[in-house]
Ligand binder design. Structure first.
Ligand SMILES: Cc1cc2nc3c(=O)[nH]c(=O)nc-3n(C[C@H](O)[C@H](O)[C@H](O)COP(=O)(O)OP(=O)(O)OC[C@H]3O[C@@H](n4cnc5c(N)ncnc54)[C@H](O)[C@@H]3O)c2cc1C
Length: 423
């Protein structure tokens, strides 16, 4: 009989897998963390392209990340996230400066109405909670921003899922967003350093092919041989989506001389009105006339500053032809120029990665959300049908398709795995 070598094998070194591994190691377990890519971090990190350094995916985090990292002994400095949001007919800085707060005040009734509707909305999608004329109000526009960030047309976003993002119980801290100083690779590097110091064995470039019940634990077939453990925690998503998959992104990459001005914030978000219409067009597989995107200041090197941005691609259009690429880039650049005159003429580098290129380049999914629920299903449970087998990441509990939920899922999975190991 093969000897069980590890207490726990964790599959996938994204935020959820690294979090679970750190928690297990901190609590005395012998952990093997297996990652199929040659790098750790999953959708959290940076990459180089033609001498410029850009961000892979997640870049804005709810403030809960600060306490979660402290609990794991990971030291990263964060700063508040700042945004300029172009709503089409009005532009606001979020969080607002005092004068901007006064301008926003006149939207208070609409925002309050939105909060009440969402609070009392049970599991209903927002499309049934707002009448057509109310969708021009700032309240609906603000939740449309969140829906955009989740790759879900606002009318399909369920009120309970939106409430979860701001619930005191889960405490994601999405009302107070923060960004790691130095970018998300700093976060991944700090987690990697802590993994090493807590004795976690990390095997990069090693894919897990199968997990089988074996004696008192599991046999895990990897591309470099079999391993045995008492418990297995995996980020590999359930094979099928129960609803519709979340929309995928195109990534836009720019570099300009460092002296080129930008908006008075880290991120410019362009969110044209009637997001339920342009996002519904994207969801139905068409390019709408206007669409949203966001772009943020990224790494500086020498006298150049990189900018990374994202926009949603129409469902099923993962590969863009040359003329569509040019039209999309032109549209993005002209909206940036409206805020920062001369930005596009200062460009030293520009590139658009469509969803296929994004996935080929980064090796991870370009979907913002794992799925758009079509019914009232809850997130998948962390416990799999087999005792000792746990899943985690965005498709599972707790609710939320974002980095904070991925990390909390890793913490909860580790907690349950420990209970199994000690029970
Ligand atoms: C473009 C983009 C922008 C985003 N921006 C934000 C943001 O600003 N804020 C935010 O909160 N969230 C954001 N998100 C979502 C956020 O990135 C994810 O919620 C989070 O990174 C998920 O972490 P994870 O560990 O669950 O999954 P992942 O990061 O996908 O990691 C899973 C890991 O498992 C590995 N793996 C998979 N299968 C196997 C296997 N068989 N064997 C071994 N390894 C395997 C993968 O290679 C990967 O490294 C964004 C997502 C995208 C795509």
């Amino acid at each position: 009989m093969a000897e069980t070598h590890w207490d726990a094998i964790v599959v996938g070194a994204g935020l959820s897998g690294m979090t679970a591994s750190l928690e297990l190691a901190r609590r005395g377990c012998k952990v093997l963390l297996v990652e199929r890519l040659a790098r750790a971090g999953g959708r959290c990190g940076a990459f180089e392209l033609e001498g410029h350094r850009f961000t892979v995916g997640c870049n804005d985090f709810g403030a809960r990340i600060v306490t979660d990292l402290a609990r794991l002994g990971v030291h990263v400095a964060f700063e508040p996230s700042t945004n300029v949001v172009d709503f089409g007919d009005e532009t606001h800085r979020l969080p607002p400066r005092p004068r901007g707060a006064l301008r926003l005040l006149r939207h208070a009734p609409s925002v309050l109405r939105m909060v009440m509707r969402v609070r009392n909305g049970e599991k209903r999608p927002l499309g049934t909670l707002f009448r057509d004329h109310e969708r021009d109000g700032m309240g609906f526009r603000m939740i449309s921003l969140l829906a955009y960030a989740l790759g879900t047309p606002p009318q399909y976003l369920r009120a309970d899922l939106l409430r979860a993002d701001f619930s005191g119980e889960l405490g994601y801290g999405h009302e107070k967003m923060v960004v790691p100083i130095g970018g998300p690779q700093v976060l991944t590097d700090a987690m990697l350093a802590r993994l090493r110091s807590t004795g976690v064995t990390l095997r990069l470039g090693t894919g897990v092919q199968a997990v089988k019940k074996h004696a008192r634990g599991f046999e895990v077939d990897t591309s470099s041989g079999s391993e045995h453990a008492r418990v297995v925690l995996s980020t590999v998503p359930a094979s099928a989506c129960r609803g519709r998959a979340g929309l995928k992104v195109c990534q836009v990459l720019f570099a300009v001389p460092r002296t080129t001005p930008f908006v008075d914030a880290r991120t410019l978000i362009v969110s044209p009105p009637r997001a339920e219409e342009w996002m519904a067009a994207l969801d139905a597989g068409h390019w709408p006339e206007t669409f949203g995107f966001h772009l943020f200041r990224d790494h500086e090197a020498g006298d150049t500053r990189a900018f990374t941005g994202f926009l949603l691609a129409p469902r099923g259009q993962d590969t863009l032809d040359a003329s569509r690429r040019a039209r999309v880039l032109d549209s993005v650049k002209s909206r940036i120029d409206a805020h920062v005159p001369g930005f596009s003429s200062a460009l030293r580098f520009e590139r658009l990665l469509d969803p296929s290129e994004y996935e080929a380049h980064h090796g991870v999914s370009a979907s913002l959300a794992h799925e758009i629920p079509i019914a009232d299903e809850d997130a998948l449970p962390i416990e799999e049908h087999e005792p000792g087998l746990f899943r985690m990441g965005n498709a599972t509990e707790p609710p939320g398709d974002h980095a904070n939920a991925a990390m909390l899922s890793g913490l909860w999975a580790a907690e349950r795995a420990l209970r199994h190991l000690r029970g």
